[in-house]
Design a protein around this ligand. Sequence first.
Ligand SMILES: [Zn+2]
Length: 340
Amino acid sequence: MEFKGYRESIQIYDAQGNPIDTWVEVRVHPITGEIARVINVPIRSLEPPNLEKMARETREACPFCPEHLYKKTPAFDPSWLPGGMLKRSKAVLIPNRFPYDRYCALIILSDRHYVPLEAWEAREIFDGLSLAQDFLRRVVGHDPAAQAFSLNWNYAPHAGSSILHPHMQLSVGRFATNRARRLLMASQNGMLEGQDLFAEMLEEERVIRERWCGMLGSWHQLFAFAPRGRFFELTLINETPGCFSELEETQIQALSEGVVRGLRFVSAMGFSSMNLSLFSPLREAGMFHPMASISPRACVGPYQMSDISFQMLIDEFFALFLPEEIAARYRETVRGNSDA
Ligand SMILES: [Zn+2]
């Protein structure tokens, strides 16, 4: 597999007529063909919000804290989900009161109102992902029209979360999200040509070792060649094709450990917010390899400038970090990679 990147060397002149040399690198996503740009712009001071203060101010009225959880929350139809919700250890799955798909759930990950990014335990992520698997299996058994799902996490307000108490969002319905559909269709088209595109990409990344950061169980730790988001995109991609809902317990444990490492790295890089998305078919895997993607989010400077600009309208992202440099930082920061 070829990684296509085009570096444009650009010369402009300052007000005194002296040359200024700069560059932009246009990169093509090896599976979807989406373009991302890595730009040569210095990072201005990030101003992480004071989440400790927010935690103190929002704790009392929090609908997801234990004293409110079962008094205020709705329930799913018990005819297909006995009890109307799912629980596992301290994780709880409930309906989203404001659904954006046929089945729309929130997975409250912890009874802790605020968990700093660097303080997550893999066991907590594991419980949440296990609930998601359980829910998906039940919907698949209950509703033959359900064809796709989306599992996402907005961590803290700068990543789009209105409630600080940690919760993932899981939706199931007839249509995959735009990005999931691009990934799924590319994988499907590759399969029709006799190719496993994810395997080809992983093999090449593993050989050149520019963005690949080792295995964690069955998961490749890899920084996206053509990242989405303003900073970087850390992906965890399963070694073999499959559906997320059918992954084994040991695979979910390793994925949870990978997510925790990713969150710690995001924190170590000076961020306090991130988005996480998980991509997988709901029913038939074909040649699709389950993939989790983590991207930091931040507002910048005294006026809280958003890290997403007109990029949302053109569906193209300008990253401030070279993925290869971030991968080197990750390898230095994260210890214990089994095969790095
Ligand atoms: Zn809470």
